[in-house]
Design a protein around this ligand. Structure first.
Ligand code: BGC
Ligand code: BGC
Length: 856
């Protein structure tokens, strides 16, 4: 057994074996060498490079390469150099822009796609790659024509492309404890990416999440640094190839980016883009674990984190980027920023941040801010704010990577190996690897009475909202950024749990039935109930407490009904992290944590059923790579922590080979009931605590708790109407005799700045009757003098009258019009002097709308 494998047995064991393992990685033992106390007192974000590991970079100095880079650099104008260090997003720049500015790179963010069509066929991606490439090598304005590189989040397969086989998210791969399999997945993902002419993926995420409330926990393999370290090198090698081989980065391989350096998973309360308040030794021993093997595997790029360490944004931390990563740790590739993350550095904005480059960032990710950033950076190089030597170093690092990857000789993307070979997005071999990964990722948490494995000749009901739902199976970073707004039709060739079970029982002589609500035509011998988290990505998935949202209780009702009817239940949870599940565990006879398995749902039925002769092809082998909590509080459960008391420890997982009974669990979640909320402002006709609904005549405001009601003087009348459920909406009729408003307000304020940066919208599910008055404004409020609203009449008139539809207003429109989105205490303000008849049922933050307001 390798040292990393022994780490998974228990957290106590992990703590004991961690020290020697870290030594093995080249780390020093934290207890032996403490940074000088004096320096620590001065600046909590100061580093001591000498206490960090010093991995070996696998490339010797290559004189010929250095010569090529230096010769090219010499010929470049300062404008060209500045262009190289900036990356724009395809949603905010065109090949024409590329021709003019010669940026070093483009990206397609989670919400960006050719022509703005997230369902664009693979051929459109390849075509766009050719167009940007051709523009980048254009020398008609006298430049050097340096080929650009294109980066994308191929997070679990080439996950932006419709039809690609998608693998389990990292949280599931963590449970497989199979680095060899990880290498295979990486290799296949690289092939998928190559078919579309793209040469760079922002993967693997080597975060070591310490708090499951973090909405990106699922992007991490494990809370255990040893497990993360055991995968990182294998994955990077699978993507990039072997650094000593001639096809390194070429042919079937792509550039990799380990991310997000550093401690993205160590922030306080698991807040995305938050602050990791931890000692330098924790930064080194926990969060840096994956970077050491990645550097030894020759990872060519490292993405710098949005987050802070001890109060200071890492994107501006020279000590960490330059002194530790590049200096002490010998990383000789280039660093890339995260999405406008430089704009969060103290004293910076999205289009102005010399601090980041000076700290050691080599390429700014400036999706929509690239043009302003180009102008400002150019100015700052010319006036010496950014030393020319620093710019030259950044460009040198980028060019070195481009030469190493053979980009200069590769020709147009469509002429490179595998380009256009779209069978390689979903070959039978790829499906087989993904299905194996699904099988190995499943963790069996309960199997009372030996309910599993199921006989395939029985009548099986598959039910719950996840039963036939490949989108829910796949989670965030799937076709769309948040993974929302998708149906099974968006996953051609994919298999839901239902489809997998149906095939298994058909082969075994049984029958199967599907429903989402627990109903059935013929009483089943067993019911498989599939439920769990709906897809989310960055910050949208942050939780206050570790539960499914309070409104998601249908599966509990279904399971209770089956218990009364004496139908045995197999529960299958889709989730990006462990959750408080004691009620579900009690109601189910068998319980499987299936994480976010991706498109190959057949991997689940492979393990649930036995053969006719009673034997099984596949026993459960997955073991928890995250500790499972006893309550919903969500406080971190950490290696070596004194009060480490999980329900199921790290490394837990039952098997058929060693059956075990699970006793009934306490159903006290350990948190106040109101915390189990949905995170929206208004749902099914009522404001969600702590928000309240108010109407006013422009002067006096009235809180609405029951209906019918009206503002003082009767100018705005409120009644109930139906949507989603009976009386699930509120209808507002404005008399039109002067100013009237509807507001959703709260005492406290919420910070929506990350959402505004990320193109997230305020979503209102509404219905208008008749025309909307021209002066109708919709906005958010943030205290005296800081509101921002948009004229909304045109957008509302675009939705058909008399029908509920969801209208979305990008939060950045409110910011543009003056709102301080970091302290919103009015999440909705509707205002008009005219006559209006409007109803709404939901107001929330999200990314999927029927009609999107344009703020240009
Ligand atoms: C993009 C994502 C990006 C996010 C940043 C979104 O609009 O599509 O790729 O990660 O913004 O917060
Ligand atoms: C995310 C990164 C991602 C980038 C590009 C950011 O918001 O944090 O993980 O690679 O967007 O989509």
């Amino acid at each position: 057994m390798s040292p990393s494998m022994s780490l998974v047995r228990s957290k106590y064991a992990a703590a004991l074996v961690l020290a020697p393992f870290l030594l093995l990685l080249g780390c020093k033992d934290a207890t032996k060498e403490e940074p000088a106390a004096a320096a620590k007192a001065e600046d909590p974000a100061a580093v001591h490079p000498e206490i960090w590991p010093s991995p070996k970079w696998p490339f010797a100095k290559d004189a010929a390469l250095e010569e090529k880079v230096a010769t090219l650099l010499d010929k470049m104008t300062v404008e060209e150099k500045v262009g190289q260090v900036i990356q724009g997003d395809i949603a905010s720049m065109t090949p024409e822009d590329m021709k003019k500015y010669h940026l070093g790179s483009i990206l397609a963010g989670g919400g960006s796609a050719p022509g703005g069509n997230e369902r664009a066929p693979a051929s459109e991606w390849l075509k766009l790659a050719d167009e940007f490439y051709a523009a980048s090598i254009d020398t008609s304005n006298g430049g050097q024509g340096i080929p650009m590189i294109w980066g994308i989040d191929a997070m679990h397969g080439h996950s932006n492309i419709v039809g690609a086989v998608l693998f389990p998210h990292n949280v599931g791969l963590g449970a497989t404890h199979n680095p060899k399999l990880l290498g295979d997945i990486a290799r296949v993902t690289a092939e998928q990416v190559r078919t579309t002419g793209i040469e760079w993926t922002f993967a693997p995420t080597v975060t070591v999440p310490q708090d499951d409330r973090w909405g990106r926990a699922y992007e991490g393999y494990s809370e255990d640094p040893g497990i993360v370290a055991s995968y990182a090198g294998a994955f990077v090698r699978g993507l990039q190839g072997d650094p000593s081989s001639p096809d390194f980065l070429k042919g079937h391989y792509v550039l990799s980016s380990t991310k997000h350096f550093l401690a993205d998973g160590g922030t306080e309360n698991g807040r995305d883009q938050g602050d990791a308040k931890i000692p330098e030794t924790t930064l080194r021993d926990i969060h840096n674990a994956g970077y050491v093997p990645a550097i030894e595997a020759g990872v060519q790029t490292v993405m710098i984190s949005f987050s802070s360490w001890n109060g200071k944004k890492i994107t501006g931390n020279k000590g960490l980027i330059t002194d530790v990563l590049k200096g002490r740790m010998n990383f000789d590739g280039f660093t890339v920023g995260d999405w406008n993350a430089h704009g969060q550095v103290e004293g910076c904005t999205n289009d102005n941040c010399p601090q980041a480059l000076n700290a050691g960032l080599d390429m700014y990710m400036a999706p929509d801010s690239w043009r302003g950033l180009f102008d400002n950076t150019l100015k700052q190089v010319k006036d010496g704010t950014i030393p020319m030597a620093r710019l030259d170093d950044a460009v040198t690092r980028i060019l070195r990577v481009k030469f190493r990857a053979g980009i200069f000789e590769a020709g147009p993307p469509s002429k490179r190996p595998l380009a256009g070979d779209f069978k390689l997005l979903n070959s039978p071999q790829q499906r087989a690897i993904a299905r194996q990964a699904v099988r190995e990722s499943l963790v069996l948490l309960k199997n009372n009475g030996g309910l599993l494995p199921l006989a395939a000749n029985k009548h099986v009901l598959v039910t719950g909202d996840g039963a036939d739902n490949i989108s829910k199976q796949s989670g965030g970073w799937t076709i769309t950024w948040q993974g929302t707004g998708l149906t099974n039709a968006d996953f051609p060739g994919g298999t839901s749990v239902w489809a997998g079970v149906k095939a298994a029982v058909k082969a075994g002589g049984g029958s199967a039935e599907l429903s989402t609500d627990g109903s059935y035509k013929k009483k089943p011998d067993v019911a498989i109930v599939v439920f769990g988290e709906n897809p989310y990505a960055e910050f949208q998935g942050d939780l206050k407490v570790l539960t499914l949202p309070g409104s998601m209780t249908q599966h509990l009702e279904i399971m209770k009904k089956f218990q009364d009817e004496k139908i045995p239940v197999v529960a299958v949870l889709f989730s990006g992290r462990p959750l408080w599940q004691n009620r579900e565990l009690n109601l189910a006879n068998a319980y499987v944590a299936a994480w976010l398995p991706g498109t190959e749902g057949g991997g689940i039925s492979d393990v649930l059923f036995r053969k006719r002769d009673g034997s099984v092809d596949h026993d459960f082998s997955g073991k928890l790579s995250y500790s499972w909590p006893r309550d919903a509080k969500g406080e971190p459960l950490n290696v070596g922590q004194d009060n480490y008391d999980p329900l199921f420890p790290l490394g837990f997982g039952l098997t058929y080979a060693a059956p075990q009974e699970t006793a009934a669990l306490s159903e006290d979640p350990g948190i106040p009931a109101e915390l189990m909320s949905t995170g929206s402002f208004f749902d099914k006709g009522t404001p969600v605590a702590p928000w309240s609904l108010r109407v006013s005549n422009g002067a006096d405001s009235t809180r609405i708790t029951t209906v019918p009601a009206e503002s003082v003087g009767g100018r705005v009348k409120v009644t109930a109407t139906d949507d989603l459920v009976q009386e699930g909406a509120r209808r507002f009729v404005f008399a039109g005799d002067g100013k009237g408003t509807v507001q959703i307000t709260s005492e406290g304020a919420v910070d929506l700045s990350r959402e505004a940066n990320g193109d997230v919208m305020l979503l209102i599910r509404l219905k208008r009757e008749g025309k909307v008055p021209n002066d109708l404004k919709l906005g958010v409020g943030c205290g005296a003098g800081c509101a921002g609203s948009v004229p909304i009449a045109g957008t509302l008139d675009a939705v058909p009258a008399g029908k509920f539809a969801t209208v979305g207003i990008p939060l950045k429109c409110f910011a543009k019009n003056g709102a301080d989105v970091s302290k919103v205490n009015e999440s909705l303000v509707l205002e008009t002097e005219g006559k209006l008849d409007l109803a709404f049922s939901q107001v929330k933050i999200g990314t999927v709308a029927d009609e999107v307001h344009s703020c240009n």
